[in-house]
Design a binder for this molecule. Structure first.
Ligand SMILES: [Zn+2]
Length: 446
C-alpha cells in the first residue's frame, strides 16, 4: 500500500440564494472519512481579498489536505466532483465553481506566493492555470471556471503564520431559510467564559449575537477562536434550539489582518488592494448622505479620501473627531476612482499616531480687573465693560481645546468587521513560529 498526499482546493460553489462552500467541505469530510482517508490538517478556510469586485459572498475558499492509499485516488476525485455538482448553485449567474487537486506533501513557494497575492491583491485565472500546468495539478472549472483561482489559493495558503479556528454547525435542510433558533443567553455566557480565546461572538455595542448568520445558507452558527479545543468547548456551551445536522472545525485566516499590506507611501496604493498606510489629515471630516464620514489624508506624493461607513459605529465616531494635521495610519480596502469620487480607502481601522493641537481664538482678559474684554471691531482693539479700560494694541489669544479622541487604535464594530479583520480581542494572541497540525480526536460530526 502506497500512501499519497493530496490537497483539494474548492471555491465559488455558493450564491446569494443558496449553498456554502464550507458546507460542501463538511459533507466531503464525512464522505472521505468513510472512504478511509486520513486528514493531515483541519480543513482550511481561507478568506481571499474582500475588495475585489467579482468576489463570492464571503469570499472564502476551502482546502482539504489528505493522505490516502493510492488505489483510492479515482474514487476520491469522483466523490469530490459529484458532491460539488450536487450541492453548488450552478444555475446562478456568477457562481463558477472550481476544484483543484494538488499532489505532494510540500506546497511549492510559487503556489504559496499566488495565495498571498489572492489574499492581499488581485490575481488572474491565467496565472492560476500556468501554475497548474507547471506542477501537473488537475483542476476542474465549472462554467467560467473562476473558482479555480480560489481553489488554488486555498491550496497555497498553508497558514504557517498567524491563524485561528472556527467551528461551524449546520442546520437540517428543512430549516433553511427560517429564523435560526439558538438560546441567545447561552451565547453571551459562552462569550464571557471563553474570552479572550474566542472572538466576535457578540456585539457589545448593540448587545446582539453575531455568531448566527442571516440568510438562506445552511450555517446555523460559527464560533471563532484561538485553538480547536476552545472553539469546541465554546460550542458545547451554546444551546441550539433546533437540530444540528453536522459540525466541523476549520483552521482559518479569520481575524488575522492577513489581507492588509503595509505600503510606504500613498502613491503606492492601487484599486482593490487592502492597505495599511500613513498620512496626515488634510481635510476636515464631513458627513455625506446616508451618514458616511469622509476625510482626506496626504503625504508628500498624493492625497486620497478615507471613508468610514454608517454601520461602523466606533470607527465612524473616531473618524468624525479628526482634524487637519492629525497623523494617522489607516487600514482598509482601496476603492477604484470613478467620475464622481477620487481614490478612496474604505476604512476598517484607524490608528491615531499624533494629534494636532486644536486651537480657538478668544478675546484677552482685562489686565486690571480680569474681565474678558469686548472687541471694538476688527483691528480696533478691545475695551473692558467692567472698568472702562481700552487696549488698542491687544489681539486675540490662542486657546488650546481639549480633543475628544485619543492616540490609539480604532476598529470597526464587530458586527461590521470583515472576516479577515483582526479584532481588539486578538491583539497579543497572534501565533508565530512552528505550528502544530495535530488534530484533536473529535473535530467533526458525523
Ligand atoms: Zn477691566
Amino acid at each position: 500500500m502506497t500512501l499519497k498526499t493530496l490537497h483539494i482546493g474548492l471555491d465559488d460553489t455558493d450564491s446569494i440564494r443558496k449553498g456554502c462552500t464550507t458546507y460542501i467541505t463538511a459533507l466531503l469530510v464525512e464522505k472521505l472519512q468513510a472512504l478511509g482517508v486520513s486528514f493531515v490538517d483541519y480543513p482550511n478556510l481561507i478568506r481571499l481579498n474582500p475588495n475585489v469586485p467579482w468576489k463570492t459572498r464571503g469570499n472564502g475558499a476551502l482546502c482539504l489536505r489528505i493522505r490516502f492509499d493510492e488505489n483510492l485516488e479515482k474514487q476520491i476525485k469522483e466523490t469530490v466532483i459529484s458532491t460539488i455538482e450536487e450541492y453548488s448553485d450552478m444555475e446562478c449567474e456568477g457562481t463558477d465553481p472550481g476544484v483543484v487537486f494538488f499532489k505532494g506533501e510540500k506546497i511549492p513557494k510559487t503556489v504559496s506566493l499566488f495565495a498571498r497575492n489572492a489574499i492581499t491583491g488581485v490575481v488572474h485565472l491565467k496565472d492560476a492555470l500556468k501554475l497548474l500546468t507547471r506542477f501537473k495539478a488537475e483542476a476542474i472549472g465549472f462554467k467560467d471556471g473562476r473558482g479555480i483561482i480560489g481553489g488554488l489559493a486555498a491550496v497555497g495558503e498553508t497558514l504557517q503564520g498567524d491563524h485561528t479556528y472556527e467551528i461551524i454547525a449546520y442546520r437540517l435542510p428543512e430549516n433553511y431559510g427560517s429564523k435560526r433558533r439558538v438560546d441567545e443567553s447561552s451565547i453571551f455566557e459562552m462569550d464571557k467564559a471563553t474570552a479572550p480565546h474566542t472572538f466576535n461572538n457578540v456585539d457589545t455595542e448593540k448587545k446582539r449575537v453575531i455568531i448566527t448568520p442571516r440568510g438562506p445558507d445552511p450555517i446555523l452558527l460559527g464560533i471563532r477562536g484561538e485553538t480547536s479545543e476552545i472553539v469546541k468547548k465554546a460550542f458545547e456551551m451554546v444551546r441550539p434550539l433546533e437540530p444540528v445536522e453536522r459540525w466541523v472545525i476549520f483552521r482559518t485566516n479569520h481575524g488575522t489582518d492577513a489581507h492588509l499590506k503595509k505600503v510606504k507611501s500613498l502613491s503606492q496604493i492601487e484599486p482593490y488592494n487592502p492597505v495599511i498606510v500613513r498620512g496626515v489629515v488634510s481635510s476636515e471630516p464631513k458627513i455625506v448622505p446616508r451618514r458616511h464620514i469622509i476625510f482626506s489624508i496626504k503625504d508628500e506624493n498624493r492625497e486620497v479620501d478615507c471613508a468610514a461607513y454608517e454601520p461602523t459605529g466606533a470607527l465612524r465616531y473616531a473618524a468624525r473627531e479628526l482634524i487637519v494635521g492629525d497623523n494617522v495610519e489607516v487600514y482598509g480596502g482601496v476603492r477604484s476612482v470613478s467620475e464622481d469620487r477620487p481614490l478612496t480607502i474604505n476604512l476598517e481601522k484607524i490608528r491615531v499616531l499624533k494629534l494636532a493641537p486644536k486651537v480657538t481664538y478668544t478675546n484677552p482678559a482685562c489686565p486690571k480687573c480680569g474681565k474678558r474684554l469686548k472687541s471694538m471691531g476688527r483691528n480696533q482693539g478691545f475695551r473692558c465693560e467692567k472698568c472702562g479700560s481700552k487696549y488698542v494694541d491687544f489681539s486675540k489669544v490662542e486657546v488650546k481645546m481639549a480633543r475628544e479622541i485619543r492616540q490609539g487604535l480604532y476598529i470597526t464594530s464587530p458586527r461590521s468587521q470583515r472576516h479577515l479583520t483582526k479584532p481588539f480581542r486578538r491583539y497579543g494572541l497572534e501565533k508565530h513560529g512552528v505550528i502544530s497540525r495535530r488534530l484533536i480526536v473529535c473535530w467533526h460530526f458525523p
